[in-house]
Design a protein around this ligand. Structure first.
Ligand code: ADP
Length: 311
């Protein structure tokens, strides 16, 4: 059985979405296990939002299969919507209402009685670090607080699956860290999380498994560590100057995993930067301008798609 196969919260097969001549999602297959945090990582236009819009039944598919919580999205959208939570890129909070009123209004859409909704709102605001903010107007909240309020709102119906589109885009670093902390708490509570991101660090910190998405397709899917191991290596030595010649000697070969050239930079993916620099120095090669760093998902993305994630 493949990872994500058992008790799939979401299962897609040949999933396709066309907008006229544009194929936004091109026959993708993925499976998300209950209680896991799964992410789609890719640059703008990769098809991430379109994919999750089909998952939360906002848009219909053009082809393939898509089951959410065991139900076909084409046949059971209302039932699925009752059981999931959604955090879109637009906060869509009512600026005229207070924090509490926003939550109560949303709870009423699910038919949750007002007394229950009030208790739930208090506990969700506590969970998202917004205790005491009930009477606040939206204008009084920071961007990070609004995001956490939208997450609280999405949890009002006790969803089994929480879908988040770019959860921290537009937030300052501090606001982003707080949202990450809250999402990790939710994951620990056993809520299945599905998110999209174009932030490498976000994907690496939050996701158990990632799908690297590019031009409507999934190019690779695995845990962040396994992706780095497969498409990069432990370390990278970046050498400025595309004409750099790597000595073809046994100690270098023993450390090297792969070599890539992008622009005027040579990327030496290797098992240990310090050991490689030592061996190069012993061979009389001292790269003038270089950066030694651990490999990351950024390298995975670059090696798979030929493009940089941080554009
Ligand atoms: P991402 O979320 O990765 O940035 P999207 O899913 O938003 O990517 O977009 C994938 C492709 O589909 C892009 O080429 C985008 O322009 C196109 N697209 C998305 N939504 C629509 C729409 N409503 N109508 C037409 N084209 C769309």
């Amino acid at each position: 059985m493949r990872p994500g196969e058992a008790f799939a919260a979401v299962r897609a097969d040949g999933l396709t979405k066309r907008y006229g001549n544009v194929v936004a999602v091109n026959g993708i297959e993925f499976s998300i296990a209950a209680r896991e945090c799964f992410g789609f990582l890719g640059v703008n236009g990769a098809g991430k939002s379109t994919t999750i819009k089909m998952v939360y039944c906002r848009t219909s598919r053009s082809g393939g299969r898509l089951d959410v919580l065991g139900l076909d999205t084409a046949a059971a959208a209302p039932q699925i919507k009752q059981r999931i939570g959604v955090v879109t890129q637009e906060n869509a909070l009512d600026p005229e209402l207070t924090v509490l009123e926003n939550l109560l209004l949303y709870a009423s859409f699910f038919g949750i009685p007002a007394p229950t909704a009030r208790t739930k709102a208090a506990s969700l605001l506590g969970l998202l670090g917004l205790e005491g903010k009930e009477p606040a107007r939206l204008a009084e909240l920071s961007g990070g607080m609004k995001r956490r309020l939208v997450i609280a709102r999405a949890l009002v119906n006790d969803p089994e699956l929480l879908v988040l589109d770019e959860p921290t885009t537009g937030l300052d670093p501090q606001g982003r860290l707080l949202v990450w902390e809250k999402l990790l708490q939710l994951r620990d509570r056993g809520i299945t999380l599905l998110l999209t991101s174009h932030y490498m660090e976000e994907a690496a910190r939050l996701c158990d498994r990632l799908a690297i998405m590019h031009e409507g397709r999934i190019y690779a899917e695995d845990s962040p560590a396994a992706l780095i191991d497969r498409f990069a290596a432990k370390d990278v030595l970046e050498i400025i100057g595309a004409d750099f010649i790597l000595p073809d000697i046994v100690p270098v070969r023993a450390l090297m995993r792969r070599r890539e050239t992008h622009g005027d930079t040579v990327y030496l993916y290797n098992a240990d930067n310090i050991a490689l620099l030592t061996v190069l120095a012993q061979a009389g090669v001292e790269p003038a301008r270089h950066v030694a760093r651990p490999a990351s998902l950024e390298d995975v993305f670059l090696n798979i798609t030929g493009r940089e994630l941080a554009d």
